[in-house]
Design a binder for this molecule. Structure first.
Ligand SMILES: Cc1cc2nc3c(=O)[nH]c(=O)nc-3n(C[C@H](O)[C@H](O)[C@H](O)COP(=O)(O)OP(=O)(O)OC[C@H]3O[C@@H](n4cnc5c(N)ncnc54)[C@H](O)[C@@H]3O)c2cc1C
Length: 341
């Protein structure tokens, strides 16, 4: 990958708090890059509970988590920050000549300051913990997400899971895959009622198959390619082998602070210890949101917004000591236009 340009601030983690930090970076006129390990922005809201309603964000009496995330993405990217996805930051190399270097598998990203908004750490997709899974790769038929439905055209697909993603992809692959079978370890699904109803309607029409309470015992393959899955009924123990070409495990995510623990930041309770200015122990690095700890910390979106504003406005002052920390009121800023102007 070619050498990247140096930005004023890099936000590590594009969840709601990181997106609000990116908004403030734009409002203050500093250049910004958001780096996230996941293929999409939105953090926990998109990855863990897109179909749940959130009731405790100021000014929004009730909003679906995915809609809140979409609003955050619109607000957080309006000033054009560079967005780098599927890039877990593995190391933060100490500043040389005032520039940190963030090391990812997609290249190194230089930056003058860092705001860590990494939530509970990289949300790693859960995999099937059964023989045969680790021996296969996505090109051999095991997946933890569907990148392109077309990749599964004409295949016999087994989906494992009981949440929104699993039910959505049963419907999304219906008519594209040759066969779609869903197994879930419980008869109840933790997904949006309307899509569960659509799934059962597709079962009634004989378009897809749903088996509960079933789990996977083994992934079967030949020459690195999946050829089947051994599944079992967890009440009766009855076992059978399904002939499938692809297995998609949609089992949610496993939070893991992972590499962040090795960056030389003071940790407390498995979180980054910050001052009331959201400073870490490393000058030039701030943190906000679920990833931080201080006395009285509440792990809420609302709290994270305030922390993000404090972190970025202090980073602005650090970059340019003549710049005030206080951003002013958005109602009065020239960067925004009021409708009647
Ligand atoms: C089921 C559920 C319901 C909830 N309901 C509510 C609610 O009603 N109200 C409320 O206020 N809160 C709620 N929360 C909590 C809320 O979602 C979190 O407080 C919020 O998501 C924290 O935002 P964040 O931006 O700090 O972190 P996250 O949303 O966790 O985002 C962090 C991002 O950082 C990325 N990342 C982590 N490590 C790295 C790395 N090394 N490199 C690159 N990227 C990295 C992750 O991939 C992720 O996208 C709920 C949480 C759950 C699980």
């Amino acid at each position: 990958m070619s050498e990247q340009n140096v930005v004023d601030v890099t936000i590590i983690g594009g969840g709601p708090v990181g997106l609000f930090a990116a908004f403030y970076a734009g409002l203050r006129g500093i250049s910004c890059r958001i780096v996230d390990a996941l293929p999409q922005l939105g953090g926990q809201l998109m990855a863990l509970y897109p179909e749940k309603y959130v009731f405790d964000v100021g000014g929004l009496p009730r909003i679906l988590a995915k809609d809140l995330a979409l609003n955050m993405i619109e607000q957080g990217t309006q000033f054009g920050p560079e967005v780098v996805l599927e890039a877990e930051v593995r190391r933060v190399e100490p500043a040389e000549d005032g520039v940190f270097r963030l090391v990812t598998a997609r290249g190194d990203f230089p930056t003058r300051t860092v705001v860590v908004t990494a939530g509970k750490g990289a949300l790693n997709p859960r995999v099937l913990e059964c023989p045969g899974w680790d021996e296969h790769r996505p090109d051999g038929g095991v997946h933890t997400h569907v990148r392109q439905p077309e990749d599964l055209r004409g295949k016999r697909v087994l989906i494992v899971g009981g949440g929104d993603s699993a039910v959505d992809w049963v419907l999304g692959l219906n008519g594209i895959a040759r066969e779609v079978t869903l197994i879930h370890r419980r008869p109840e699904f933790r997904a949006h009622k309307a899509t569960v109803a659509q799934m059962w309607a597709a079962v009634e029409r004989g378009e897809v198959r749903v088996r509960t309470p079933y789990e996977t015992r083994a992934v079967v393959g030949e020459g690195g390619c999946v050829s089947g899955a051994v599944i079992f009924n967890n009440e009766t123990g009855q076992e059978e082998t399904l002939a499938v070409d692809a297995i998609v495990a949609l089992l949610g995510f496993k939070p893991d602070l992972g590499p962040i623990a090795q960056w030389g930041l003071h940790l407390e309770k498995n979180s980054i210890h910050v001052s009331q200015l959201m400073e870490t122990n490393v000058p030039g690095i701030w943190a906000a949101g679920d990833v931080v700890h201080y006395p009285g910390k509440l792990e809420l979106i609302a709290t994270g917004y305030g922390e993000a504003a404090i972190a970025v406005n202090n980073a602005v002052h650090y970059l340019n000591p003549k710049a005030r920390v206080a951003p002013g009121h958005s109602t009065n800023l020239k960067i925004f236009k009021q409708d009647d102007e």
